[in-house]
Design a protein around this ligand. Structure first.
Ligand code: AKG
Length: 286
């Protein structure tokens, strides 16, 4: 797969523009991507950077680091540091997701990808590539939190503009890629059908840090199985909204535990156990 790389600049919408929602929505429809700058304040950025640096160092020292294409990936951020839990409800991120998926979305995963000097470019892909065609609409959305400037040299994400309208079977070998050049503190929202991948970090020493909050429609299996991968103590601290986002609520009858709870019966009498705890299989079999 050899694409020609074009250094075209995407339309960047400043968050200070009162029309940012409409402008981002128009860019998402047209290009499959929207870039909104000036979303994260510089002191919050510094804090997020230092937490990511600590986490990546800790995982390296403890031999738990995960490398792909020469980049360091940190999975399941909310299980590792509570600072990342707030981001799943970030109002700008959530409004961008809602523009594409509607109100009922879930968090599929939240990870960090640190593009390191000397990496190799990731193969271009679309985030909903596991879904059968035809793709009539985006079923997933990725929101990137830029912790560093994305430049032409440091491994900024590469995209094929408008490819969200092409489908997975399209021949992309002759398509030009566009580098997502944008300042730290921007949020980038990508339609799940858009072809993209981590770029080549050609710098000698500069890492490119970014967080990826990946969201999906409520009938799609999430990338991270939060019910299994968060400890009971973390789950116990989650708000109702956070539990819903993490897929721990019922959506139109999906995700129930031993049937629907009484609170969902709308005044009707529930035949069966009123408490949605797992059934006691062992005592049943005795
Ligand atoms: O690191 C990036 O710029 C893109 C990462 C990505 O697309 C992925 O991991 O699926």
């Amino acid at each position: 797969m050899s694409q020609n790389q074009a250094v075209t600049h995407l339309d960047i919408v400043p968050y200070s523009n009162a029309q940012w929602r409409d402008l981002c929505k128009a860019n998402l429809d047209k290009d499959g991507i929207a870039v909104c700058s000036g979303v994260i304040r510089s002191d919050d950025l510094n804090e997020l950077r230092s937490h990511i640096d600590e986490l990546t160092n800790w995982e390296r020292v403890n031999k738990e680091a995960w490398f792909s294409h020469g980049n360091q990936r940190v999975f399941n951020l909310i299980a590792k540091d509570p600072i990342f839990l707030d981001l799943i409800e970030h109002p700008v991120a959530n409004q961008m997701v809602e523009m594409v998926l509607g109100l009922d979305f879930l968090l599929s995963s939240i990870t960090a990808n640190v593009a390191l000097p000397g990496n190799s470019a990731q193969q271009l892909h679309a985030d909903q590539g596991y879904l059968p065609e035809p793709w009539m609409r985006a079923e997933v959305v990725n929101v990137i939190f830029l912790l560093d400037d994305f430049t032409n040299e440091n491994g900024a994400t590469q995209i094929i503009q408008n490819s969200h309208l092409e489908g997975i079977g399209s021949d992309i070998s002759n398509c030009e890629t566009t580098t997502v050049i944008a300042p730290a503190g921007s949020l980038v929202c990508m339609d799940g059908r858009l072809w993209h991948g981590t770029g080549n970090n050609r710098t000698k020493t500069c890492k490119r840090r970014a967080l990826f909050a990946y969201f999906c429609r409520p009938y799609i299996r999430q990338q991270e199985n939060f019910s299994r991968s968060l400890s009971n103590s973390i789950i116990g601290e989650l708000s109702t909204r956070q539990k819903t986002l993490l897929g721990m609520d019922i959506w139109k009858g999906l995700g129930s535990v031993n049937g629907l709870p009484v609170s969902w019966m709308d005044g009707r009498v529930r035949i069966g156990p009123a408490d949605p705890r797992p059934p006691k299989w062992r005592s049943y079999r005795k």
